[in-house]
Write a protein that binds this ligand. Structure first.
Ligand SMILES: Cc1ncc(COP(=O)(O)O)c(C=O)c1O
Length: 510
């Protein structure tokens, strides 16, 4: 399997962490002739690799996208499953319809109403998480080489899916108001001139994973207008809409247009990712194809999980638990923002999300976060390196930080540890280049991989025009082209050189 050096060495590091056996070159050779073409561009999800580390007790992981399931009362879980056993045992243990059980589609109707839109039961397909919705949309729409437009950065878990369908992913820069619609329009124009029409535009409009930003109302309106004008589909992936800690809710894209927007939702962040239940709402002809695709994938989603969800919704107001989560996550977000202000160097920038689970931090561009991760892990803290959110190697100095799955004191300690490693690198760079951090001019704020400048606690700034051309011309990459840089194994404190990139090295790498 030909994959970027990045992910291979990442796999090796993860393999060592778990003691898992990795395939040798000889093993791979034996099977190579049997692999389908698409496996050549398959990429590992950085997050899946990091799961091995998340499980290590001694590592504070700010890498996961984990909701805090420890807040769900075990008694309630026992009682709900008891209800399922006593009232629906045989049906819960049985196969169900591909489109999902009617009682779960009713629950989805309540969640969608809370999001601000009405859906009819026959507009819905219950899926095995929103992840399956993304997969089915690709399965339905993407032939090798087809264009998918996505945000830059984009949801790291979507990248392996896009890659396995051999899509050509074009990433559009974002700023504090989400996807830059002006850049999108220019990109669509450029694609049209070269005879290419994207199959869909993928967006996470609320509390973006990984960037934490939210698509403004004005941009939502314009996005659906563009989709209708050009007859392009939009895949609206909305796991976080109900996790709003401040500000006014914004309408889902699908409430603004039903003809061109496919919606993906999930119970993962409002109840349980372990249930592995999500859904999609789509125009009827597309829904029919998605359903056929699902038949081939898994016949139906788990009936046990569907009965559990339905029992939960029947037991009382389902949003009470969500409200309890909001309180906890809002506090954790604030703790992380305070810790970043205290421990990250002056040159660092980060977003200030109004909801969701993630903060996106960008360090001076001579620090490579993929390599920094190895250093951080040796200091028992983990994050997702920014490159995981790009198909073309951008994002090298950024990182995704999760605040929902970690207790407040661990967030403080985790950020302190990352801050220490970062400051060490800043000092080394200063020594090697003869510039003290104080003398050095700030890094250019408007790089294409930046969501803008962020002063601690003030929210991200808007991206300037300078970044636009870069994003337009370099934002497209065949998946599997491989990310620049290398993932060092979790090394000792002596291995400093690879983390900091001197100006000459950056030039060579760039
Ligand atoms: C943007 C986005 N889409 C989809 C998913 C997958 O969600 P699910 O657990 O419903 O498959 C996630 C999970 O973190 C996500 O952040």
């Amino acid at each position: 399997m030909s994959r970027g050096a990045d992910s291979e060495s990442g796999d090796r590091a993860a393999g060592r962490a778990t003691g898992r056996q990795r395939s040798t070159a000889h093993d791979l050779e034996r099977y190579a002739g049997l692999f389908a073409q698409r496996t050549k561009v398959m990429r590992s999800s950085a997050m899946r690799d990091l799961m091995a580390l998340i499980e290590r007790d001694d590592v504070i992981s700010l890498a996961g996208g984990l909701p805090d399931t420890s807040t769900f009362p075990p008694d309630s879980y026992a009682s709900l499953m008891g209800d399922v056993a006593s009232s629906s045992c045989a049906r819960a243990l049985q196969y169900g319809p591909t489109e999902g059980l009617a009682l779960v589609r009713d629950c989805i109707g309540s969640v969608m109403a809370a999001e601000g839109m009405r859906v009819e039961s026959d507009e819905l397909l219950v899926t095995t998480g929103a992840q399956q919705a993304i997969d089915l949309v690709c399965k339905t729409l993407i032939d090798p080489g087809d264009v998918i437009v996505a945000e830059a950065p984009t949801y790291p878990g979507a990248i392996p899916t896009f890659c396995s369908y051999q899509a050509d992913v074009v990433q559009i820069e974002i700023d504090r108001d989400g996807m830059r619609i002006d850049v999108l329009e220019e990109t669509l124009e450029a694609l049209e001139r070269s005879g290419r029409r994207p199959k869909f535009i993928y967006t996470v409009p609320n509390f973006h994973n990984p960037a934490g930003v939210t698509l403004s109302l004005e941009r939502r309106r314009r996005l659906v207008e563009i989709a209708a004008e050009r007859e392009l589909l939009v895949l609206e992936d909305n796991p976080y809409g109900l996790l709003r800690y401040e500000g006014e809710p914004l309408p889902p894209l699908r409430s603004l247009d039903q003809d061109f927007v496919i919606y993906a939702g999930t119970f993962s962040k409002i109840l349980s990712p372990g249930a592995r239940l999500g859904w999609t709402a789509a125009p009827a002809p597309i829904l029919a194809k998605l359903q056929l695709g699902k038949q081939g994938s898994d016949l139906c989603s788990s009936s046990i999980a569907q009965y559990f969800v339905s029992a939960y919704f029947q037991a009382g107001p389902w949003d009470q638990y969500v409200r309890s989560l909001l309180e906890i996550y809002r506090r954790r977000r604030d703790v992380m923002l305070d810790a970043l202000a205290e421990h990250f160097p002056r040159e660092a920038e980060w977003t200030r999300p109004q909801g969701g689970l993630f903060i996106w931090a960008t360090l001076p561009d001579y620090i490579d976060t993929t390599d920094l991760l190895a250093r951080a892990i040796s200091d028992r803290v983990a994050f997702v390196p920014g490159r995981a959110a790009f198909v073309d190697g951008r994002g090298g100095s950024s990182m995704r930080l999760n605040f929902s799955g970690v207790a407040e004191d661990e967030i403080r300690e985790g950020i302190r540890r990352i801050g220490e490693v970062v400051r060490e690198q800043v000092a080394i760079y200063g020594t090697l280049t003869g510039t003290s951090p104080a003398q050095r001019p700030s890094r250019p704020a408007q790089r294409a991989d930046s969501v803008g400048t962020a002063s601690p606690g003030t929210g991200v700034g808007g991206a300037g025009g300078a970044a636009g051309a870069d994003a337009r011309t370099t934002g497209s990459a065949r998946p599997g082209a491989g990310a620049a840089g290398s993932t060092a194994a979790a090394g000792g404190r002596g291995e400093l050189a690879p983390v900091v990139q001197l100006p000459a090295q950056r030039k060579r790498a760039g």
